[in-house]
Design a binder for this molecule. Sequence first.
Ligand code: NCD
Length: 362
Amino acid sequence: MRSLIDITDFSVAELDELMQVACDISENPAKYAEACHGKKLATLFFEPSTRTRLSFEAAMMELGGNVLGFSDAGSSSASKGESVADTAKMISCYADIMTMRHPKEGAPYVAAKAATIPVINAGDGGHCHPTQTLADLLTIYRELGRLNDLTIGFCGDLKYGRTVHSLISALARYENIKVILISPEELKLPKYVKYEVLDKNGMIYEELTSLEDAISKLDVLYMTRIQRERFDSFDEYERLKDSYILTEEKMQLAKETMRVLHPLPRVNEISVKVDNDPRAAYFRQALNGKYMRMALILKLLKEAGEGLQMQEPKDVVINEITCDNPRCITSTEQELDHVFKCVNRENGIYRCIYCEAKKTLQ
Ligand code: NCD
């Protein structure tokens, strides 16, 4: 079935339509109160979550539907060794649509291939998080009135921050977007996002280590948490955890029209004193996430009813290359084909379809 695994699964026109529906839902909630009557959403959360899971649940409830699921891997059959594909096939018997968060990169894609109902990626490892991007896009649009002509600064953990990867992929398709990447040297944006998204789309970007040097130029400041759970070394996390803290003093350097976004949870990277600044949009962003998830559930259920299928990736090689990223779902899933997509024929560059790890094949 048509699913949402990566934000580029949807065209810009589809994203715009989702935003229009989300705005209509926020203005006319009663109109949608029975739209999913008799439908069930399964929430499969193999990793912790507050906002994403609860906003999905609230979204389905406000559409008049029902919710079932689990919120930690320990209480599911994954703890007995069940594969992602088997879990997805089985859930397809119980629910009409499912959303999955998983620590392994590419797990929701494996689920989508196996399921007979739509699958929504609610975050896969350090890879991507397309429904957070839906919330981010609507927030930028509602706060600033546009998604073109923006200078956006991403600050913090750009290496493991999956929300950053997805938002950059989405913005690459809008006009005149300048990106300023602010991170410690160790947490720079992964090369696959730089090469496959920023460079391929001819986007203008710069990499800095100082937030103060960038803040006055920004229309949007996208703050992120240092992703403790993805570090191999605790000492490294301790050293980097307070790299950036947005304070009232730093906000004085910013434009009056700048908006601060954060996917939340915040750990220490935004002083609570900033919350009272009208430019702090992160709690409004969490609310926008619920409306966008409502619009998304409506869209995917409608398309499932029409029999719309997921597009198969083209130009792939199967089991000719092995993915050796330990965070990739291929490292744990039983009998899963290793599938690589050609991204640069001339230089023989391939990327894993699950986690986007690079390999060359001459
Ligand atoms: C983000 C995530 O899970 O990647 N949170 C969220 O979904 N709102 C960001 C984070 O955990 O830092």
